[in-house]
Design a protein around this ligand. Sequence first.
Ligand code: NAD
Length: 382
Amino acid sequence: AQLAVGILREKGEDKRVAMTPENVKMLLSKGFGSVVVESGAGSKAGYSDAMYVEAGATVGDAYAADIVAGIGAPNPKSLRKGTATISMVRPGSNKELVKAFQDAGVASLALDCVPRISRAQVFDVLSSQANIAGYRAVIEAAEHLPRFFSGQVTAAGRVPPAKVLVIGGGVAGLAAVQTAKNLGAIVRCFDTRPEVREQVESLGGEFLELPPEVMAEAGGGGGGYAKEMSKAFLDAEMALFAKQAREVDVVITTALIPGKKAPQLILAEHVAALKRGSVTVDLAAEAGGNIATTQPGKVITTDNGVTCIGYTDLPSRMAPQSSTLFGNNATKFLLSLEPPKASRPADGAAAFGLNLDDEVTRGALVTLDGQVMWPAPPPPSM
Ligand code: NAD
């Protein structure tokens, strides 16, 4: 039988949906047998049930499908043995979920674990969503900042441009640099990976310096990801930010280390040194926060009049756009696994024929046939 794909309605506050009606059309045109979407799955992202039906899906029980797709992980208890799931999993910090997938006997694939090699960029949900978060962080900051980003010379007086400090120049940080720059601000950025300098400068930002003897420790942790830094490094970094705090109007932090708690880089005393009316946005809020005053999910104002934004749902605040990009990532990943064939010996994941020799598939695989498969062994070349 041809394989069925199910699209879940996200639980909780997330307004996004894992696949759009356009994605449904693509799956059906490329050989999937059917798509079933949970009623209301796309409604908060601007995609009605009728739009899915028009694209060729049916509305019903997504868990009845062979491959169940979500942004958040599906409920393992609702999955049928031998089926497959594709979602965010974060297996490093979700051991119980991994165990539940194992017990359910499903093939679970984590879009957040796709290796970051060039061939897999089209599947990279972390990048597509981080790009949106970085943009939105600046927009949220602008909403709360009681002044222009751009400098202005008017008959009523001269206004200098706002100064924005972006900490962490990964995908989200670079998107924030670009957005703040486009709004006319003076933008500074710091990252522990020295290669970020060129990217920041090409966007018109200034890369902040640490003394060369401190920077000697810098560098990536492999695969384009950061590594955990020493206390001496973090102390030097904080001294740099303490000086910056007296100058800047907006601080946007994006410093994350995969699988670890986010480093705290802006202490309460730094926030206290910011000007009244300044804004901080902490994109690491969910991972423990880079800023001492961040309250995850909330906007608070400190005693010295600094607005601290801790939203953990920035991509969801642009749900039509983030769903389109997430859906494209997820759909292309699904289509890359193996072309579904009409005549398969068995139903479900077994029929899906996952190619475990493929570095991308193997990297994303969390559980299979009652076994935990994550983390994947390093490829032979490493
Ligand atoms: P991330 O969200 O894990 O981390 C954000 C940034 O925080 C990183 O740039 C990191 O170096 C930085 N950081 C960590 N600790 C810090 C500290 N103490 N001070 C300052 N900065 C700190 O990273 P990300 O955006 O997901 O990805 C990072 C990089 O990976 C990208 O910029 C890119 O170069 C690479 N990448 C490659 C691919 C690919 O080749 N397919 C895909 C995506 C990303």
